[in-house]
Design a protein around this ligand. Sequence first.
Ligand SMILES: [Zn+2]
Length: 310
Amino acid sequence: MRPILFTHDSAQKHQVPEGHPERPERMQALSPILAERATKWHSETAPEADHEQLQLVHPDSYLHWVYEQAATVQDEDKPVNLDPDTWIGPDSLTAARCGVGATCAGVDRLMTGKSARVFSAMRPPGHHAEPDKAMGFCLFSNAAIGAEYARKTYGLTRVAVLDFDVHHGNGTQAAFYGDGDLYYASTHQMPLYPGTGAADERGCGNIFNYPLAAGAGGAEFLSGWRDVLLPAMLAAQPELIIISAGFDAHRADPLATLNVNTADFATLTDDIVRLAEETSEGRILSLLEGGYDLTALADSCAVHLDRLSA
Ligand SMILES: [Zn+2]
């Protein structure tokens, strides 16, 4: 069974203003490392999510507002903003829909036994989008939608999202907060955007936050996972593991000040694979989130993919 990679042209076309960190060049930086893995990974074009899939997390009022905003954007040189950080151009709604589409199709591939590993190389990211709010470069809450889709379509009772992006995934947490069957575990720098993610934000016992101080390195990052978060996820026994794979905890990243190295992402991926083998029959759906130093993003994503497919 080959691992499956989802991409879509729209990920490169999602426009943001000049100087924005979440830029099309991120996809261009990933392009060679994805091409190098074309024999090992089976590549698929991400389908566009339908309204019903988006509704799994987002209310109609929010979705119609996003559609209306997208309909006003005619000119790729004049993107419009949905919040101070979150911009859309003419291709952005398609890109965001394809991010959700890749997520749901990824769940399908895993749950029908086509593969045990799926990676979605899409932008914009998703983990800051709350059910009724675009935030932090994100329009739709990909990981949370994936969990709800797995539950609704395949009757799963326990799904976990593991988020190692340097920012706290407030959107995923908000979607899961009162739902004891959906688990969320996150390391993130704190204080930092978006401001949530304190260790005492526990939801109904299903939320596990491990904040890290500025300057923390790989030892602290891995210890958070090995000593606290992964044991909690093992106890939860999820039937599907979704990763919010952001690589902005890397020491080279310009948006944060953790000192995680490329090799630490490899080590953590190995640990998550072991967890999946023990709880979810090996099933892992990994979704690209942040990572804004182009070299660190490409190097870290490469080792993540290689460990997922090892
Ligand atoms: Zn981030």
